[in-house]
Design a protein around this ligand. Sequence first.
Ligand SMILES: [Zn+2]
Ligand SMILES: [Zn+2]
Length: 191
Amino acid sequence: MEFIVSELEREPIDFDLELAPGVVDLGEEAAQQGLLEASGRAEVLHEHRGPRDIVADIRLKGRFAGRFEVPCARCIEPVEIPLSGDFDLIFRPAAADAEATERSITAQETEIGYYLRDSVSLEDVLREQVLLSLPVKTLCKPDCKGLCPRCGADRNSQPCNCDAGPSDPRWEALAGLRSRIESKDKNPQRH
Ligand SMILES: [Zn+2]
Ligand SMILES: [Zn+2]
């Protein structure tokens, strides 16, 4: 869904959507499960910089909620987590600040995004919001035992006897390889 400045100039647009997986491209960070709900309002805010210098900013205010699958940080098994959040964002036309490189940038201004041409894409905004809300580290359970660094076994399901012997660097290399292959298998679009 694109919010086009000229349409928002006429009147604000309220949205209330349920987006199927894949509509918002989350790349390799997370896999959407079920519908992603998004609702809110898009409107134009006019910045009066001078008598003839009015900048049309797009303000996007709303919330999202959905379920996502991310790999366990230790054993790479997929973990389903609910995510939701509110956002209140301002997008300024990219051209408006193009020649303003000399201006000092305040902390507040760094929060401002930019839009190219004449619109802001809701899908782009949602992708950023979902990715920003992802936890830094997700575990399938607090005491996940992870993969054995020696033989590559998932120590949650297959206890191994590696603790008895010294580490063999060849198996460590293989364990790393195995986790890379598995993460590729589970997420064919990843690279
Ligand atoms: Zn785990
Ligand atoms: Zn082992």
